[in-house]
Write a protein that binds this ligand. Structure first.
Ligand code: FIX
Ligand code: ZN
Length: 430
């Protein structure tokens, strides 16, 4: 029972003015550290996998795709260029000859502004000189600080030779970079994986036998020990079916789910990508497809002891995912993935999720590939999340319940890190 004095204090804190309410929400959203649960960034100890600076920022695959909408240059000519030449060409095409209106182009402007660099510069000389002068570790600290990101979860592929060597060298020590064990090639390209594993001495065959599944589990156990991932993850095509009669289904049933169960790891599902719809664009050539959300419902109902993180790439799947999450408390919707990470869609998805799930979801992840992208991806998302949250609290106020700044801080901390920490068993103190 709270005392009269305490109640008066709470009453005093209640935000009954819509303008003050909005100000408080913006303050708190901007001040609350985010745990970025899905990225493709690496710390400097991963060598050339650590991407930073203007050439990596401007040659981001989002901008490559957009550049080809404003040029007659052939793909072949573009790919023959060096990274710096490509960056110069993209800058000239999207930022000099055109206005950087797209979200990804605006992102570059946000990053340049954050470092007091000129977003209207005729070329990249100033930016190149600036980023070249930065010391990676100090710069990374500063970038994480500027982005308000406390920790990031990497995307770690044991089949990536360079990455594998770094892990096996034992030099991965950066506490703010957590690992996730990515299983795309295992589920989406089994034939190649079977060859790789047998070359590494594992008794596996293309035809999946009990011995093969035991050996693949042995392989995953080895990498779980090395990487200490906070979750297992896989991206799946829009056509993904569950259950099914193919090798993917057998690997899921006999390798992935048992491995998640044995190690107490959540399984992250990223569903709805159509890889390589335009191969000429290389990493910029992937597309989207509407998927069947019931695959996740069946995974949840058949594995009530397992936890699933799920994000769908198709805008049309978002509402279904929210409803599925209302049915299964072992399902955590997260992020506005890839082509959904645009202001109009982020607001729509966040609003829908708040209305259907309250604060029980993870509103965003960055999918950053270049460390400075963390700055714009989180800055842009915080503005949208604050707007949507303010509107939601304002409606609650109109209905007769005001909130206190403490309650807002609790809700935002839960959505920005608490939900994920609890989901994967990361202590809140970490
Ligand atoms: O599957 C994924 O993790 C995707 O995010 C990537 O493949 C994609 O290229 C990307 O960077 C999206 O933002
Ligand atoms: Zn990703």
């Amino acid at each position: 029972m709270i005392s009269l004095v305490e109640n008066q204090a709470v009453q005093a804190e209640l935000l009954t003015d819509a303008v003050k309410l909005r100000q408080q929400v913006e303050l708190i959203v901007n001040a609350t550290p985010a745990l970025d649960l899905h990225t493709h960034v690496f710390p400097p100890e991963f060598g050339s996998l650590y991407l930073s600076g203007i050439d990596d920022l401007v040659t981001y695959h989002y901008l490559i795709a957009e550049t080809f909408r404003s040029t007659d240059l052939t793909h072949a000519t573009f790919w023959r260029m060096t990274k710096a030449e490509r960056a110069d060409f993209i800058w000239q095409t999207l930022f000099v000859e055109n206005t950087p209106l797209s979200e990804a182009a605006r992102g570059i402007v946000t990053v340049l502004t954050a470092f007091n660099l000129d977003p209207r510069a005729p070329n990249l000389n100033e930016a190149r000189a600036f980023f070249k002068a930065q010391k990676p570790r100090e710069h990374l600290d500063r970038v994480l600080e500027m982005a308000g990101v406390s920790e990031v979860v990497m995307t770690n592929d044991p089949f990536n030779e360079q990455e594998a060597q770094t892990w096996q060298s034992g030099s991965v020590t950066n506490g703010r970079f957590q690992a996730s064990l990515r299983l795309d090639s295992l589920l989406n390209d089994w034939e190649t994986v079977a060859e790789t594993l047998s070359r590494q001495g594992f008794q596996v065959e293309s035809e999946i036998s009990d011995q093969t599944t035991t050996e693949v589990r042995r392989y995953l156990d080895k990498w779980i020990l090395l990487m200490r991932p906070v979750y297992l993850a896989v991206s799946l095509p829009a056509e993904f079916k569950y259950p099914d009669t193919d090798k993917c289904d057998r690997l899921l049933h006999e390798v992935i789910l048992p491995t998640a169960r044995e190690h107490g790891l959540a399984l992250g599902l990223m569903i709805g990508v159509r890889r390589g719809v335009n191969p000429a664009l290389r990493s910029a050539g992937d597309g989207v497809g509407k998927a069947d959300v019931t695959v996740v419902e069946r995974l949840c109902v058949e594995n009530p002891d397992l936890r699933f993180l799920a994000t769908f790439l198709s805008r049309e799947n978002q509402y279904e995912l929210c409803v599925a999450a209302r049915k299964f408390n072992n399902l955590m919707p997260f992020g506005c993935w890839w082509f959904l990470n645009n202001p109009s869609i982020v607001s729509e998805i966040t609003q829908e999720r708040l209305e259907l799930l309250g604060p029980s979801f993870v509103p965003q992840h960055s999918d950053a590939r270049v460390v400075e992208q963390l700055i714009y991806k989180w800055q842009h998302s915080r503005v949208l999340i604050a707007e949507t949250l303010s509107e939601t609290y304002r409606r609650l106020l109109e209905s007769g319940r005001a909130v206190t700044p403490k309650e807002i801080a609790r809700d935002v901390a839960r959505m920005f890190s608490g939900n994920f920490r609890d989901w994967v068993g990361l202590s809140r103190g970490a």
